[in-house]
Ligand binder design. Sequence first.
Ligand code: ADP
Length: 389
Amino acid sequence: MTQALLTLNAGSSSLKFSLFTLDGDNPQRRYTGAFDRGGAPGEVAITSVDDERTVLSLETPGELASAFAAVLDWCESRDDFGEIAAVGHRVVHGGMNHTAPVVLSDDVIASLAKLGPLAPLHQPHNLEGVAQAQAAFPGALQVGCFDTAFHRTHPFVNDTFALPHRFYAEGVRRYGFHGLSYDYVSGALDPSVRDGRVIIAHLGNGASMCALKGGKSVGSTMGFSALDGLPMGTRCGQIDPGVLLYLMQEHSMDADAISNLLYKESGLKGMSCLTNDMRVLLASDDPRAKEALDYFVFRIQREIGGMTAVLGGLDALVFTGGIGENAAPIRERVCAGFDWLGIALDDVANTASKPEVSASVSSVKVLVVPTDEEGKIARYTADLLSLSA
Ligand code: ADP
């Protein structure tokens, strides 16, 4: 029976997976599934390409480890696809050296575990997924695909902080994240667009932007951690480090309390005192929801301005992620600030979230490209599988 390939994409409190069968070395998606601690903490919901739905109950609700176990058990129990030949893992941090996906040997896994302090909310979960997948499918090739890899092309000035050099040497750098999404989206662009000066705005619960020149990442709004840059669903985005000193000194907050505040209680949710759900915020009359949206749009515009300067102009602006792909009013508000740059939207195309939403007179193409991180992981994993055959 046809071999299968599994992709695991674990966040700090969520898991997305896809199950592909291999047609030669081409992955064909058969199932997708998700667990979200903030949504339905006791279950993994699975949908087949034919829209059949299955719900798995977790042994320990709310636990990511339990979600991994449920997904792996489900894969083992199925008889409608063949053996799992490979598992592709999204691994958030590849550190200074990983610029491409790799086969996860014991040595590589040990080196990735050492990067845990650089991404404490993600890296340990990603490696937990690797350990469980190794135990469930000992014969399968395990592949790590890094969120940081796409950005290792940043020039020094966009890779550093103005700290004493020893910190740069030990790895305190601007890594940038969402790399698998940027990799997928830039690969989906027409080469005539991709090879120009491009900004991709990945706007989801996590949000960041990437500046691309000649198809390579030259800048990202995220830095050392996935906290920097744009305000997000529950993360603060850029913040004056003096605020952190103030919180420590005046509110006696320790690292755990500050981490919880910045990652989980801030951003759109913290500012609106309502929710991180963009659909609810757009429909709300609450003045604090309006302030949160004003700030979100303002920061995106600020970063577009900065990136356009660094790129020396702009040929295309690309929106992706749950908000970027679906929230026409946000795209409209962001673009409205750039008449001076020659950006003009086609309102009908924008309202319908068409692939191209700029007007024919626009001097910058504005595009909407649905992202597919799991598809990218599957492609890389299938490539390494055929190399290892
Ligand atoms: P994650 O970073 O968790 O993968 P997503 O990319 O799925 O997040 O994006 C989630 C965000 O997208 C939420 O704020 C959600 O409200 C927003 N979103 C999804 N669909 C729509 C829509 N039709 N209109 C506006 N916002 C939307």
